[in-house]
Design a protein around this ligand. Structure first.
Ligand SMILES: O=P(O)(O)OC[C@@H](O)[C@@H](O)c1c[nH]c2ccccc12
Length: 264
């Protein structure tokens, strides 16, 4: 499966990073940083489905999504049209992302930023905080229970919030047991790449998620989808492809934000 290939490659990246950088130096640097922006607060406004707009150039299933990709321009359009937060893909090998995209977007806009990558080692958490991330994605499917608990603890200690991604009931149970307070339900099946918003409604109906901020991820592209998510009580939607591929990205952001209920 694609996730196995990605993780295998990520292990090499992490070992290079570990050989180049000392954790102590990173911790020192982090000690001097101002506090992060409040990602969770920004995406859990009552009565509204917040929009987490993603900066995504390419994906393993679809290839290049956007010919004239410009991360700074997208970030500004997202912010100016009402997104609540921005997600930046930083994986280079499979998504054509870059760490610099995140730091540059951090300078460009004031919204909280999520680093979207495949986090398998604590060193990536320190690195995320240093490059300007306010939150990181933790994918339950690629972490053991102990690893997930460790990552959540370290993230908390260095002022990083964590969006914990699940796709199945079992993964959701593991995320809850580890103490996650922001849970992302990925509608995309990573074996077939199909997306189905019913995954979000099924898992939300099956578990008591009061007190948890719930994000629905992938395959969300129009106002109807946002209204559906609002009706089932989701806090935020994570949207990439529909925005970067839109003819008029600003209009598409507005449409989704309106569908999420912020103007009604
Ligand atoms: O482009 P979409 O279908 O709107 O999906 C966005 C986001 O959910 C997707 O990019 C994503 C969800 N989980 C991930 C984990 C890694 C990389 C990417 C992802």
């Amino acid at each position: 499966m694609i996730l196995d290939r990605i993780v295998e490659h990520k292990r090499q990246e992490v070992s290079e990073l570990l050989s180049k950088i000392k954790i102590d130096d990173m911790v020192n640097k982090i000690g001097k940083l101002p506090p992060g922006r409040d990602f969770r607060g920004a995406i859990s406004r009552p009565g509204q489905v917040g929009l987490i707009a993603e900066i995504k150039k390419s994906s393993p299933s679809k290839g290049l999504l956007c010919k004239d990709f410009d991360h700074r321009y997208l970030a500004k359009i997202y912010q100016n049209n009402g997104a609540s937060a921005v997600s930046v893909l930083t994986d280079e090998r499979f998504f054509e992302g870059r760490l610099e995209y995140l730091s540059e977007v951090h300078e460009e806009i004031g919204l909280p930023l999520l680093r979207k990558d495949f986090i398998i080692d604590p060193i990536q958490l320190y690195q995320s905080r240093i490059i300007g991330a306010d939150a990181v994605l933790l994918i339950v499917a690629i972490l053991s229970d102990d690893e997930l608990a460790d990552m959540l603890q370290i993230a908390g200690e260095i002022g990083l919030q964590a969006l914990v991604e699940v796709h199945t009931a079992k993964e959701l149970e593991r995320a809850l047991a580890a103490g996650a307070n922001i849970i992302g339900i990925n509608n995309r099946n990573l074996h077939t790449f199909d997306t189905d918003l019913a995954i979000t409604s099924y898992l939300m109906g099956r578990y008591d998620l009061s007190g948890i901020t719930v994000v629905s991820e992938s395959g969300i592209s129009n106002k109807r989808h946002m209204e559906f998510l609002k009706n089932i009580g989701v806090n935020a939607a994570l949207v990439g492809e529909a925005l970067v591929r839109a003819e008029d990205t600003g209009e598409r952001v507005k449409e989704l934000v309106q569908g999420g209920g912020s103007c009604g």
